[in-house]
Design a protein around this ligand. Structure first.
Ligand code: CTP
Ligand code: MG
Length: 233
């Protein structure tokens, strides 16, 4: 990938979209990111939000090794707006993001990471996370936990957790490119596996800014999620 779309300032944001999972909790033969909502496959809907965003200069989609060609074909219409690369993923989501990051153009100063299976992300949320990352180096979006949270062991309540400071984390997450690379390199060296990118940055001792996410920005995980998403699309 050589060309990168730049803002007037000369800055450029790259988006990495991990889409290399098998969708075990969803089940079925086709990985969920290739299943359709009303208008299009989930991966195309998700990637489209980034292709249309004025700050995004390049997109890297990480696909299952068996589905790279399929993803390339599917995403071809977006390439008119912005360069889109598709690379094969790894065993864990974190491996996939690391492999995607390796394909991000050197000129990108901010990298966003967003799950392929969150197709209801909005332009405004992408903008908010990019701006927070430009200011603070690392930013995530999240919502305060609404339900009572308990720690459960062997089907009995051990304790009720104080939820007043608990937030449920979404993507997109955005980082200064050098910081995200350093965080992934260190996690890889240490054999540490986190459940989001921010955890890897937190391990460096770097502060992570939290902006308010969106209720609608769900991760399509189970068949019930897919039914809800289809009702909304
Ligand atoms: N992902 C990935 N590489 C992996 C695992 C997951 O790129 N090795 C991606 C998924 O494709 C998805 C996002 O990370 O877009 C969030 O992961 P999740 O919802 O857990 O998807 P799956 O891992 O596919 O589903 P499951 O955990 O039910 O198998
Ligand atoms: Mg998974």
């Amino acid at each position: 990938m050589t060309e990168v779309r730049r803002e007037a300032s000369g800055r450029s944001v790259a988006a990495v979209i991990p889409a290399a999972g098998s969708g075990a909790r969803m089940g079925g033969r086709t990985p969920k990111q290739f299943r359709r909502l009303a208008p299009a496959p989930i991966l195309l809907l998700t990637a489209g939000h980034f292709a249309r965003h004025p700050a995004i200069g390049s997109i890297v989609v990480v696909a299952p090794a068996t589905h790279v060609r399929r993803a390339e074909r599917l995403l071809r219409p977006l390439a008119r707006r912005v360069p889109v690369a598709v690379v094969p993923g790894g065993r864990e989501r974190q491996d996939s993001v690391r492999l995607g990051l390796a394909a991000v153009p050197a000129g990108a100063d901010v990298v966003l990471v967003h799950d392929a299976v969150r197709p209801f992300v909005t332009t405004a949320l992408i903008t908010a996370v990019i701006e927070a990352a430009r200011r603070d180096g690392a930013a995530i979006c999240a919502l305060p936990v609404k339900e009572t949270v308990k720690r459960v062991v062997d089907e009995y309540v051990e304790t009720t957790v104080d939820r007043s400071a608990l937030w449920a984390v979404q993507t997109p997450q955005a980082f200064r490119a050098d910081l995200l690379r350093e965080a992934h390199d260190k996690a890889h060296r240490d054999g540490f596996v986190g459940t989001d990118e921010a955890m890897l940055v937190e391990r460096l001792g770097h502060r992570v800014r939290v902006v308010r996410g969106l209720e609608e920005n769900i991760k399509i995980t189970t068949p019930a999620d897919l039914r809800k998403a289809r009702a909304r699309a």
